[in-house]
Design a binder for this molecule. Structure first.
Ligand SMILES: C[C@@H](C(=O)O)C(=O)SCCNC(=O)CCNC(=O)[C@H](O)C(C)(C)COP(=O)(O)OP(=O)(O)OC[C@H]1O[C@@H](n2cnc3c(N)ncnc32)[C@H](O)[C@@H]1OP(=O)(O)O
Ligand SMILES: [Co+2]
Length: 135
């Protein structure tokens, strides 16, 4: 089951510059910074009630964010939904013909297991599924 929009991911060239801008815009400060080495990103998270904004800076030239910045420039990179059972949603969506970019849930930022769907099959929007990692 889809339960929430978990976050909106925004690709930025320089995280500290974007942090300053979003801090002013939202009149708030990031509640965390986290590097996810496996995705080649350094992230910063803002929270407005239950809505999160994830700013993403590339840490490697061959990372998804670096490639996106090269092709499209800065901007909205993905839309992440919270799901209660990521494996069940992955199986359901695969059976519906969506293309999973990872066949097994993988660790994301902020204590999540994540899976991405190819934007070619979702009207050009990269979709991320997230499930909280329970202790
Ligand atoms: C930390 C974590 C978290 O929240 O927990 C994160 O969010 S990590 C966020 C970073 N990690 C990820 O994004 C992982 C999943 N992403 C990927 O595997 C990749 O970025 C792909 C989505 C497959 C795209 O890779 P790449 O650009 O190398 O492939 P490609 O050249 O074949 O591109 C296929 C087409 O998709 C387009 N394309 C690429 N990235 C896109 C995006 N974010 N949104 C919409 N379209 C996108 C390209 O412009 C191209 O369009 P044309 O064919 O028209 O030119
Ligand atoms: Co994300």
């Amino acid at each position: 089951m889809f339960t929430n929009v978990e976050h909106i991911g925004i690709a930025v060239k320089d995280l500290s510059v974007a942090d300053a801008l979003f801090s002013t815009l939202l009149n708030s400060t990031p509640y965390k910074h986290e590097e996810v080495a496996t995705e080649g990103v350094r992230t910063s998270f803002f929270k407005i009630n239950e809505t999160k904004i994830e700013l993403l800076e590339a840490t490697r030239d061959d990372s998804p964010i670096a490639r996106f910045l090269e092709k499209k420039g800065e901007g909205i990179h993905h839309l992440a939904f919270e799901v209660d059972d990521i494996r069940a949603e992955m199986a359901r969506l695969k059976a519906e013909g969506f293309v999973l970019l990872n066949e097994e849930p993988k660790p994301g930022a902020d204590q999540k297991l994540v899976c991405f769907l190819h934007p070619k099959n979702t009207h050009g929007v990269l979709i991320e599924l997230c499930q909280s990692i329970r202790e």
